[in-house]
Design a protein. Structure first.
Length: 304
């Protein structure tokens, strides 16, 4: 059997930027072992396998794999999958904003595909999360030691470091300057000697309100003990934690906010993520994450 796949660059409008995601728009017949083998062969951060659900228009079962195994949920695959389906004319287009439902391991994810001249131009998906915010965090001296940054550049005025979890815990560290975020170098030895491992967060989300792009509001970067010092991984899954972090401060008035979030730079596959959140001061937080995508490759896997 032959299975066609596409490689899509996500959260960008330019090829060879953003995050690379492989999408199999029709993976019917593939089992989990085969999906795992394909993911390892492609060796991308995420590979998505879709199967159309019978008698439900624009409903698709979604399986997500990294080279190391299956992933229950992720954000980039939603953008990539919706864009690929729209580009391959697989969706039943209802209007300029066509809904599509993806059934991930965690449940249904609602998305919307905006079409311009019959081509997908923007994808947005919805999430409702129940954030947990903890103020037990390493000292600025400890943060400075394992992030390799000057403690004076860690923001403790408008923001402050907090542990935020919307299912996955992140240690969110605000910095005054974009350059601080980009220059950070994670030190595993210093991390191990700090209280940071006690927080359960294995990834640190560095955030700066300063960006080189006048069209973006925040710059972000992920570092941590499981991330190579030279890596700048995708941040889609961390967007709920960023939204919850911002909403945890008293100066953030209730209302609906829209932000553009930049990841990477011209050397590391720059991404721009659109983040909307409804801050109501409640236990749950409604989010909408969106972005553009570009298809860059097409291929075929053969199974005898």
């Amino acid at each position: 059997m032959k299975y066609t796949y596409y490689i899509t660059d996500v959260f960008t409008d330019q090829a060879f930027n953003g995050a690379q995601v492989a999408v199999f728009p029709d993976a019917t017949g593939l089992d989990k072992l085969q999906m795992s083998l394909i993911s390892r062969e492609l060796n991308l951060t995420e590979t998505v396998f879709l199967s159309k659900m019978e008698h439900q228009e624009n409903h698709f079962k979604m399986k997500i794999f990294s080279p190391s195994g299956e992933i229950d949920t992720a954000g980039h695959p939603i953008i990539a999958a919706a864009y690929t389906l729209g580009s391959c004319n697989t969706l039943a287009i209802t209007d300029n904003h066509t809904p599509v439902i993806f059934h991930q391991n965690i449940g249904e994810i609602q998305a919307s595909v905006t079409f311009t001249n019959n081509k997908p131009s923007f994808i947005q998906y919805k999430r409702t999360v129940s954030p947990i915010v903890d103020y037990f965090t390493p000292t600025e001296a400890e943060l400075s030691s394992f992030l390799g940054i000057d403690a004076a550049y860690i923001d403790n005025k408008k923001y402050s470091t907090r542990l935020v979890s919307c299912g996955v815990p992140y240690l969110v560290v605000p910095t005054f300057y974009y350059e601080t975020l980009r220059d950070a170098q994670f030190d595993f030895a210093a991390w191990s000697q700090s209280i940071a491992p006690q927080t359960a967060a294995q990834e640190i989300l560095l955030v700066s309100p300063k960006t080189p792009n006048q069209n973006t509001d925040f710059a972000v970067r992920l570092v941590g003990p499981n991330i190579s010092i030279n890596d700048d991984p995708p941040v889609g899954t961390a967007m709920p934690a960023l939204a919850a972090f911002l909403c945890s401060f008293d100066h953030m008035q209730k209302g609906t906010y829209t932000f553009a979030v930049q990841r990477g730079d011209e050397k590391t596959r720059n991404s721009v993520i659109n983040l909307e959140m409804d801050h109501k001061g409640e236990d749950t937080l409604n989010l909408r994450v969106g972005g553009e995508a570009v298809m860059v490759a097409e291929g075929t896997f053969n199974f005898n």
